[in-house]
Design a protein. Structure first.
Length: 351
């Protein structure tokens, strides 16, 4: 679905960019919300004539990690752990390690994408999404790249424990996930540009993450895991679809072969609709097929808001779609929480 401070030079860079960062962030908050008729006028702390504080290094790195997208890393681990729990096989340490590893891979992918898009010329002043730290000049490209590989290294350390707990299948899955995270942005044909990003998101954020989390705890992958993976993977692919729908014009100019960049915005809207349909079909099939109780249909509690975001996407374009992107990120997490409760509820209430 896109370090190292403490040296005098970097500190100076952060102070010089503080004013610009505050203005950019404030300006992007003024787009209309779909569920809010009016927004109160907000006073920018960095308005002309006022001093701004230096941007803390940690805040710059948080921006680079794209925290709102990290629900995509947490959700499949939550669902896989809930399924393992419904089987009586939940193990806290493998579950935590899987979550930590998934978040670290996602952070590494996001940070590497930040610097790679800048170096490819894809991140320009015309971009519509949140601030990118390399393009904004808040960190030098070399530092951003080092930060990305630190995150991948942390993921590998957490993965070492998972390999000890789950064996060679987890080793293969973990290596493939890290390589996919790197390959999303770098190489002769990055996934973000060659049209395969959506498929890779479904595979790694859906099937690999959910089934791998179940396997490392239960030692097996039940049939329900594949359907649960399809459901949560569809929400995460839908999150990427919203991002691509918002950016279709700038992506086309940058040479990205996303669905809306190649076939137009209507195709991107259709993709989101298909992903939403699959997300709700999966728990329904789990229930009808006997893999879950009716509790699994708790996932449908998120359907009204999903329909609301679909209508909003159909009526808006440009920067206002940042609200749809934030809504889709919440959808990913709330959907995962709902079906996780649905899998655990029978054991908790005795039905």
């Amino acid at each position: 679905m896109r370090g190292t401070t403490g040296s005098p030079a970097q500190g100076t860079d952060l102070r010089q960019d503080g004013h610009r960062l505050s203005i950019i962030i404030r300006a992007r908050r003024r787009a209309p919300s779909p569920f809010q008729g009016r927004r109160r006028n907000m006073k920018a702390s960095g308005e002309e004539g006022q001093d701004t504080q230096p941007i803390p290094a940690w805040r710059v790195w948080v921006l680079a990690s794209r925290p709102r997208t990290l629900t995509a890393a947490v959700a499949p681990v939550l669902v896989g752990s809930a399924l393992a729990g419904s089987m009586g096989s939940f193990k806290i340490l493998p579950a935590l390690a899987a979550g930590f590893c998934a978040v670290a891979i996602q952070v590494g992918t996001n940070i590497l994408n930040d610097v790679s898009d800048f170096e490819r010329g894809a991140d320009t002043e015309a971009r519509l999404g949140p601030l990118r730290v390399t393009q904004a000049g808040l960190l030098p490209p070399a530092a951003v790249r080092r930060g990305a590989f630190v995150a991948f290294g942390v993921a590998a350390l957490a993965g070492a424990y998972l390999v000890w707990a789950g064996g060679w299948p987890i080793l293969l899955a973990g290596l493939a996930a890290i390589l996919a995270g790197i390959g999303y942005s770098v190489g002769p044909s990055p996934l973000a540009y060659n049209g395969l990003a959506d498929l890779m998101v479904m595979i790694f954020f859906g099937f690999v993450a959910v089934c791998g989390t179940v396997y490392v705890q239960a030692g097996t992958i039940p049939g329900a895991a594949w359907l649960a993976a399809l459901g949560v993977g569809s929400t995460i692919t839908g999150l990427l679809a919203v991002n691509n729908y918002r950016d279709w014009e700038t992506d086309r100019a940058a040479g990205r072969h996303t669905i809306p960049a190649v076939w137009g915005p209507k195709a991107g809207l259709i993709e989101f609709g298909v992903m939403a349909a699959l997300a709700y079909l999966a728990p329904l099939v789990m229930w009808v097929g006997g893999w879950a109780t009716p509790w699994i249909l708790l996932g449908f509690l998120t359907l009204p808001s999903t329909l609301g975001w679909f209508r909003f996407m159909a009526r808006h374009k440009g920067g206002s779609l940042n609200f749809a992107l934030a809504g889709a990120a919440r959808w990913v997490l709330l959907y995962a929480v709902a079906i996780s409760i649905g899998m655990l509820a029978p054991g908790l209430v005795g039905s």
